[in-house]
Design a protein around this ligand. Structure first.
Ligand SMILES: [Zn+2]
Length: 171
């Protein structure tokens, strides 16, 4: 097969060098300007999403740059406390060595938002009752401090779609 013009010579194997990559030595600049407003909202018991003026994408928690059009979103919008489970997984408590009681870790899409975030459900919930598309509602921590944990967990809401299916089956 002929080589493209920009490749002058085809090598079977290029040179290899041993090296180490010290990831711990990296310093990252992290802009907290958006996070501060978001956390202040949580402290006040308000869910604030950040809306991109260019494509109307709402991120919750806020994203510094819109992933769709690469502009800085700057429009805060108040979101309801409800959302839907977008996906999830199982986790276990440290003392549950035989993994007998799975606990759900859920990715919640807050109503009115286009992004998801990871959260917990109440510890006494039956893991097998949790499903994708399940409606949930944020439960606030007793003492809010302006942290990510001001929403303690998401509790299950009655699903009108499930109720409708039950009524259909009863007929
Ligand atoms: Zn955008």
């Amino acid at each position: 097969m002929p080589l493209p013009d920009y490749i002058k010579k085809q090598y079977k194997k290029t040179r290899t060098l041993h090296g180490n990559w010290y990831l711990m030595n990296y310093k990252y600049k992290f802009n907290l300007s958006r996070t501060k407003v978001f956390l202040k909202g949580l402290k006040d018991g308000v869910c604030l999403g950040l809306k991109c003026r260019s494509c109307n994408t709402v991120s919750f928690p806020p994203r510094l740059i819109c992933g769709r059009c690469l502009v800085m979103p700057d429009q805060w919008v108040r979101l309801p406390e409800t959302g839907t489970i977008a996906t999830g997984s199982a986790t276990y408590e440290a003392d549950d060595k035989n993994r007998e009681r799975p606990l759900p870790v859920i990715a919640v899409r807050q109503d009115g938002a286009d992004t998801i975030w990871l959260h917990n459900m109440p510890k006494d919930i039956d893991f097998h009752s949790v499903y994708i598309g399940m409606p949930v509602k944020a439960v606030w921590a007793k003492e809010r401090t302006g942290s990510w944990f001001d929403i303690d967990y998401y509790d299950a809401l009655e699903d009108p779609a499930v109720e409708l299916n039950k009524k259909e089956q009863e007929k």
